[in-house]
Design a binder for this molecule. Structure first.
Ligand SMILES: [Zn+2]
Length: 560
């Protein structure tokens, strides 16, 4: 194993409260260590550069049936972005939905080392893991969709939290999942009948349960199982004007379940849930109200779901939302119902600067990130590819770090959006320390990945080095220099080895797949019950539903 010394960089390691200190980082056997003998060690001269832990993405759709259907739907997306084969890497295609290998390479070139695939129908878990296994360079995990799963709904309707927890523990093991994902709770079940739910108190057809009860029930299950991440929630009414009220109600409905000051709910791609107005003509930003709430309550974390002005592909498990988007755009689309579990939809979409709605969405994402005071509570995402491809992250970093960069974009957006935007009233500019928080440290902390997102002794030696000198470059003014630096890391180090350098992959590696392994001693009865139900409800046999551990290339169970 390689021994490395990263010398003289400006280190930003928020979890260890290191804020730009000029120091060495030493690596041995894939871990950060106290010190090494420099003789025989590989030395990286990082003077004049920024050193951060490897990037962590809490929410990016990169693998599985949904993503792959998106690829099939959009040959034009492949045509415009082709990645050539090299001596070390495979070829690939795709701008907003790159093929698996290309996805891994592109993340690694930006200094990212861990990514989370946020929506996996349990029935399609096998396909999802096949694609994740084919996504090199990064560690990964996937969240099974459980908020509309028939059996979860039944247990929660009967108030049977304990059996529901046993059931969820089983599904995590069966699908090799990492966290409880809830998408439009109850709404997807209603969508099976061409309907939706309108608020968190609207009853779900056939189940006599409300979204509020689903969210609260799964939040309790999450706590009972002591899962590393909180429930990961895509709110009801996502993408609909006026939905910031629903987002606030969703956060409030688990307020009393937070007992030790730790977060119990993550609201994902919050931008899409922070809309004001009663229709698209009165559409506006609810970012202030959401930020006010988050600033006063510590049981919530968010990620941005920032949009980028570009042509992308939207894909969510939220069937009714995607249907609405199809009606708005008239684009080609796919809508799909996954047996008893969930639904999904895919619609290509172009966000336009001159569209008042899209430009306001752009503003809302940034307003959220700038108005939420604590960077540990909001993380940088685009909900890739929903708000835009993850390759746009460097652009978002500059909008966060530079008022000037925001103003430049503002000049070119819809006049109505400009008039209503809160951005001109916000002076805040993120520091490198805060950028390190919202792109790695905070995300790793929220995910309970205690050995990631920092450079303390014992952490995985996942490191990103960017060629920008914080003593020479003022990111507020020279934002283009910053953007260039974050676009292609000078070095990406994964498990102690240099894997990318100056925008080139120099060593392809496989990443690990994390999943939570709960104590199943109490779940035997559930399994028996499940076997019976499989015959009734699913097209797949129980035995084929379970993914054996050796099916994964580098299975890494996390025991809870
Ligand atoms: Zn998403």
């Amino acid at each position: 194993m390689t021994t490395l010394v990263i010398k003289n960089g400006f280190v930003y390691d928020p979890l260890n409260k290191i804020d730009g200190e000029k120091m060495d980082v030493t690596v041995s056997d894939g871990k950060i260590v106290e010190k090494v003998h420099e003789r025989g060690a590989e030395i990286i001269d990082a003077s004049g550069m920024v050193v951060m832990p490897g990037g962590v993405d809490i929410h990016c759709h990169v693998a599985g049936a949904e993503v792959n259907t998106g690829r099939l739907l959009r040959p034009e997306d492949h045509l415009k972005d082709v990645e050539a084969k090299t001596a070390l890497t495979r070829s690939g295609v795709g701008y907003s939905i790159p093929s698996t290998f290309t996805t891994g390479y592109r993340y690694a070139r930006m200094g990212y080392t861990t990514i989370m695939n946020p929506s996996m129908p349990p029935l399609e878990a096998r396909h999802t893991h096949e694609e994740l296994d084919d996504t090199p360079m990064v560690d990964k995990a996937s969240y099974p969709l459980l908020g509309d799963w028939w059996f979860v709904l039944e247990y929660l309707r009967d108030g049977n939290i304990k059996d529901c927890a046993a059931h969820v523990a089983w599904i995590m093991k069966a699908t090799k999942g990492y966290a409880i994902k809830i998408v439009n709770p109850g709404g997807l079940e209603a969508w099976g009948f061409g309907r939706n739910v309108r608020s968190i108190n609207d009853p779900v057809p056939n189940f006599g349960i409300t979204p509020r009860e689903i969210i609260r029930g799964l939040c309790k299950v999450n706590k009972l199982l002591n899962l590393p991440h909180t429930i990961h929630v895509h709110t009801n009414n996502l993408g609909i004007p006026g939905n910031y009220v629903t987002a606030l109600e969703t956060m409030k409905c688990v307020e009393d379940l937070a007992n030790d000051g730790k977060p119990v709910i993550h609201i994902t791609h919050c931008q899409f849930s922070a809309f004001k107005g009663s229709d698209w003509r009165t559409f506006g930003s609810g970012a202030q109200e959401i930020a006010d709430y988050v600033n006063k309550h510590n049981h919530v974390t968010l990620d941005m779901g920032q949009i980028i002005f570009t042509d992308t592909t939207t894909m969510t498990a939220d069937g009714p939302f995607q249907y609405g988007l199809y009606q708005l755009t008239g684009n080609k689309w796919v809508n799909h119902d996954v047996e008893t579990e969930t639904s999904s939809g895919i619609v290509p979409f172009r966000y336009r600067r001159k569209s008042a709605v899209n430009a306001t969405q752009w503003s809302i994402g940034l307003e959220l990130a700038l108005l939420v005071e604590d960077p540990w509570r909001i993380y940088m995402t685009t909900d890739h590819p929903n708000g835009g491809p993850f390759t746009a992250y460097p652009k978002i970093i500059t909008w966060l770090m530079s008022r000037k960069a925001r103003d430049e974009t503002m000049k070119r957006i819809s006049r109505r959006a400009k008039r209503n935007s809160l951005l001109p009233s916000i002076d805040r500019e993120y520091s490198f320390f805060e950028i390190a928080t919202v792109t790695r440290a905070g995300q790793a902390k929220a995910l309970g990945l205690t050995w990631k997102g920092h450079l303390g002794v014992g952490a995985d030696a996942d490191v990103a080095i960017y060629e920008v000198d914080p003593e020479q470059v003022d990111p507020s003014k020279k934002y283009k220099t910053v953007r260039r630096a974050f676009k292609s890391a000078a070095y990406t180090i994964k498990d102690g080895e240099i894997v990318a350098r100056d925008d080139k992959i120099v060593k392809p590696v496989h990443g690990k797949t994390f999943w939570v392994n709960t104590d199943l001693s109490s779940t035997f009865e559930v399994a028996e019950d499940m076997k019976r139900r499989f015959r009734e409800y699913w097209t797949v046999e129980y035995e084929n539903y379970m993914i054996p551990e050796d099916y994964l290339h580098a299975s890494t169970p996390i025991s809870v």
